[in-house]
Design a protein around this ligand. Structure first.
Ligand SMILES: NC(=O)c1ccc[n+]([C@@H]2O[C@H](COP(=O)([O-])OP(=O)(O)OC[C@H]3O[C@@H](n4cnc5c(N)ncnc54)[C@H](OP(=O)(O)O)[C@@H]3O)[C@@H](O)[C@H]2O)c1
Length: 277
């Protein structure tokens, strides 16, 4: 039987997904780590650390009772109302146990602002249903004792296995149009940098709000063209330019108050190198 130095028991909600699975693989060797999946797959069904969980049908409390996590990492997607109720139950669990939640939020909590990049203490405001939902959960969590919660606001997360890169490759294969947004200025990151950052946050017992975007910003259209150049030598790539506004819009999360060490920072060029390795 494997022994762990750490007292932590970790539960990853959404451990079958792109980010959740990358976190599972990063933490597996160091902590007793459990995960959930929704769609049945043999690889998860055969793994006794995995539980089938559908946020719309099952009560998260049963999985919390079965795994008794000291750290819960929420990487879920699914119906927003059901996710809100699940996070209310998680909040109750946190208050009753020596346990902490790491919640994956998004740069979209600022998507109603457009003129500047956003920092940790800026007021959130969203014009999208997704952004609204993330703000609602964040606000609920921010009412808990502050050491019990880490909110990670993520920009676009890329990686060789990311759904976005796969979709891009499919468009190139099918010779169909790739959507680019010339007015959006954003930052980016990779699943591998994010998992290192989460590992550090766990080890160092960090809490609060983290902005985990690359240190520099890029235009969406230029960046996607750079990715395409790296992964394909084909000519005649078709782009569809999507203009959401007349002026440039920022969708970027930068750290000012809650910074991680230098080796855990990433630049957009490093993201590009990583995803096309
Ligand atoms: N990817 C990004 O660029 C990005 C950027 C900002 C924030 N985020 C946030 O990061 C988190 C993870 O994103 P991701 O890109 O890794 O998503 P993903 O690949 O779609 O994974 C979502 C996970 O949630 C599970 N899930 C979906 N519907 C569910 C339901 N009804 N009940 C229970 N579980 C369900 C999936 O299980 P199955 O695989 O079995 O369906 C999977 O494990 C999300 O909260 C997202 O908002 C992601």
């Amino acid at each position: 039987m494997k022994t762990y130095n750490s007292k932590h028991r970790i539960l990853i909600l959404g451990a079958s997904g792109f980010i959740g699975n990358a976190i599972y693989k990063e933490l597996l060797g160091y902590f007793r780590t459990y995960g959930t999946y929704r769609v049945p797959k043999k690889i998860f069904e055969d793994n006794h650390q995995f539980f089938q969980y559908n946020v719309e049908e099952d009560d998260v409390y049963e999985i919390l009772e079965a795994t008794k996590p000291t750290i819960i990492i929420s990487c879920l997607r699914g119906e927003f109302r059901a996710q809100t109720i699940a996070h209310q139950h998680i909040a109750e669990y946190l208050l009753e146990h020596d346990s902490k939640l790491i919640f994956l939020s998004s740069a979209n909590v600022f998507d109603a602002y457009s003129k500047y990049p956003s920092y940790e203490l800026d007021k959130t405001l969203s014009g999208s249903i997704y952004g609204h939902f993330k703000i609602k959960i964040e606000n609920m969590l921010l009412r808990l004792p502050k050491k019990k919660v880490a909110i990670l606001r993520l920009p676009m997360v890329l990686g060789s296995q990311s759904p976005r890169l796969k979709e891009l490759k499919q468009h190139l294969e099918d010779k169909t149009a790739i959507e680019i947004f010339p007015n959006i200025i954003m930052n980016v990151t990779t699943d591998s940098k994010l998992t290192q950052q989460i590992h550090y946050i766990i080890n160092q017992n960090k809490y609060g709000i983290f902005h985990l975007g690359s240190t520099d910003l890029v235009h969406h259209d230029d960046y996607f063209k750079d990715i395409v150049k790296q992964i394909s030598s084909k000519n005649g790539v078709i782009y569809k330019h999507v203009y959401t506004t007349n002026e440039d819009r920022y969708l970027a999360v930068l750290p000012k108050f809650n910074k991680l060490p230098k080796h855990l920072e990433i630049t957009s060029t490093e993201v590009l190198e990583d995803i096309t390795k």
